[in-house]
Design a protein around this ligand. Sequence first.
Ligand SMILES: [Zn+2]
Length: 261
Amino acid sequence: MIRLLLTLLLAATNAAAQVDGPVQAESGGLPVILTAPHGGLEDLPGCSERSPAGVRFVNRPDINTDRLTRAIADELRRLTGKSPYLVIARFHRKYIDANRRAEEAYGDPGCAAAYEAYHAAVRSHVAELRAKFPHAMLFDIHGQTVFRDAILRGTRYGSTVQALLARAGAPAITGPDSVFGRFAAMGYAILPGNNAAPTERIEAKNYAGGHTVDLYGSHREQGIDAMQLEFGRDLRNGPRLEQTAKDSAQAIAAFYERFLR
Ligand SMILES: [Zn+2]
């Protein structure tokens, strides 16, 4: 009984933690974290816009990836009865690129707290999942406009899913119950294709996996398996977004049933 009360109290605390702020962070019940660093459109008081500092520099947001991430989370809850963990940046990418190292992410010290809040939430979720579950997976959700109707996989050629590959082999990345196996079966164009080994260096240039999967992936001592998902523009537009979210949640749920339980 006391245990039940504590659980309810904790659940209430978690729900209450969803306050307005630069970052939406929520705990869940699935061993899955969804992160979305580039979908935010909000201003960030006290933080000036970034300016190029000798690095390849993008300040356009990945339009609708915050909505897409929330919609995937809702659908996962409907399918599995449990919520994924979430970390979604509300701030516009022109202020902070949360998918870069701090030195490249922003230019103004006034931006540091929001950047740190984002990564503190991811770190805390990763540590919690490592403590609670035998296996866990982070999906870092992005949008790209180069391959407009395709979904791209980024794992730094298998390195950020090293633990998953070691215990379950290539089928966990390219097999029928993998996320991209499901995407392919549903008719989505995917890159790279599922006919090559996950460790081949054929993930699309610039989309092979950024700072987030590199920092939290299972090739790191304190990491978990991590994969970058890049959704083409057409898949995030208007009425297509709901369908993309539903299909993505189905793909992640199938992966969870087969590889994370
Ligand atoms: Zn992005």
